[in-house]
Ligand binder design. Structure first.
Ligand code: UDX
Length: 433
């Protein structure tokens, strides 16, 4: 059984059924379950709809609105994965409300079994969960996910590693069987180690982004080129080239929340981290710094390409693009937005404070400035001659430092990012490379 059919739970359920298991997915959202029963995924995640339709056809995947219905349908439930939201509280701590509700119910619907927490929750919560389950015959495990939205199915099927935090050897063996068809190193560890490893991974990645983003601001100040700096850093095998792309800040449902929760957890145990909390402060400053580059935008018409926090997703949670649009609107700009997938979610975030375009070229019509805030490939491949004709000031603000600036400049556009120095300060044309 998989409880929770969000970005994590649905991928877990669909992929487990593709691996040959019989899976019942549960969600209390009746509309969502009704949509899934018709094979319609309520959000955009490449490849997921096909897996779900296949699983339903093969009768290895079904959807229910209560755990009891799922247990009745399955008969025996060997493993229950819990993948519900663990949002952050105002003070940065992790909100376990949904986990508590799910495991309390689980304790009553299951006689015995293994409850595996997929949601990201802090170490030190094991005893609470056992108390809420109130059923000594249900064991607990932690099996964190390392899925990138937009790439989740691929990440599930070809993981870098599988982390199994269990209380007993038998439970570790059971989970090894669940994942036996996947080829990846398996780490069998304690529940606490598994939980900390997940927070550590996200905090490590977020800190790397925070640092390269600050270095991009410094590149602006000294008129160096951050794209060249990124490449030079990336060729050092101790640093590596992945997750080193600077921009106007990172977002998503995981990084900001998990970084704050790790700092909060340490603080509760009496340890004040000097390094972790500033990761989020620098991230907020990064998008503020980017917006300041626009200058006075009062009365200007600004077109925005990209609202999702990442390409290949419709998710706008903690998206820097949404924060940037809100700031532009607050500064008096008239904003017209476009995203290939995230328009519906963006409407919930932005309401009628902006105009919504049907295509990228619709968005730029008659605008003064264009800004690009999500790394969708179609934005990179835009027809820059057409853009130049529409954007009156011919200025493009690249919030991801990813647009083909040489080509754009040839079309008479001025490209501004963070740490993208002006042409005259860029690399000299040498023949020795
Ligand atoms: C992340 C982790 O990667 C994943 O392992 C974990 O399980 C959940 O959190 P996700 O948030 O879906 O996944 O996306 P990710 O690709 O990690 O991107 C997070 C943010 O960082 C995005 O806003 C992205 O645009 C930004 N980013 C990423 C950069 O700004 N530069 C980079 O080089 C990489």
């Amino acid at each position: 059984m998989v409880v929770g059919t969000g970005y994590v739970g649905l991928v877990q359920g669909a992929c487990l059924s593709a691996l040959g298991h019989t899976v019942a997915c549960v969600d209390i959202d009746e509309q969502k379950v009704a949509s899934l029963k018709n094979g319609v995924v309520p959000f955009f995640e490449p490849g997921l709809d096909i897996l779900i339709q296949d699983g339903m056809k093969q009768n290895t995947l079904a959807f229910y609105t209560s755990q009891q219905q799922a247990v009745d349908a399955l008969g025996t439930v060997d493993v229950t994965f819990v993948a519900v939201q663990t949002p952050r509280n105002e003070d940065g701590s992790c909100n376990l409300g949904a986990i508590k509700a799910v495991v309390t119910e689980l304790g009553t619907v299951l006689e015995e079994g293994l409850c595996v927490i997929k949601s990201t929750i802090p170490p030190g919560t094991k005893e609470d969960i056992h108390t809420w389950m109130n059923n000594p015959r249900i064991r607990l495990a932690s099996n964190p996910e390392f899925l990138r939205e937009g790439n989740s199915v691929e990440d599930f099927m070809h993981p870098d590693r599988i982390v199994l935090g269990t209380e007993t050897k038998e439970d570790a063996n059971l989970l090894c069987e669940v994942y036996e068809k996947l080829e990846a190193p398996v780490h069998i560890v304690s529940v606490e180690t598994a939980q900390l490893a997940k927070y550590a991974a996200n905090t490590m990645l977020a800190s790397r982004l925070a640092l390269i983003n600050e270095i991009a601001i410094i590149a602006d100040i000294v008129q160096a080129d951050i794209k060249d700096v990124e490449q030079i850093l990336g060729e050092d095998p101790r640093i590596g080239s992945r997750f080193l792309r600077s921009g106007a800040g990172f977002g998503g449902s995981c990084f900001p929340k998990d970084v704050l929760a790790l700092a909060d957890m340490a603080a509760r145990k009496g340890f004040e981290s000097l390094l972790i909390e500033p990761i989020i402060k620098t991230n907020t400053r990064q998008s503020d710094y980017f917006v300041q580059k626009f200058g006075d935008v009062k009365g200007k018409r600004i077109s925005v390409w990209g609202l999702a926090f990442n390409k290949d997703t419709d998710d706008t949670r903690e998206s820097p693009a949404i924060a940037i649009v809100k700031q532009l609107v607050a500064a008096g700009a008239e904003v017209c937005v476009y995203d290939p997938q995230a328009m519906e979610n963006a409407q919930n975030d932005l309401g009628d404070s902006v105009q919504y375009a049907d295509s990228m070229m619709d968005a730029v019509q008659e605008s003064d400035i264009l800004t690009v805030l999500t790394e969708w490939p179609e934005f990179q491949q835009a027809d820059w001659a057409l853009v130049k004709n529409q954007v009156k000031e011919a200025r493009v603000f690249d919030g991801k430092n990813f647009l083909p600036r040489d080509m754009m400049e040839e079309h008479g556009l001025i490209v501004e990012g963070i740490g993208l120095c002006h042409k005259e300060h860029r690399r000299p044309q040498s023949t020795c490379e």
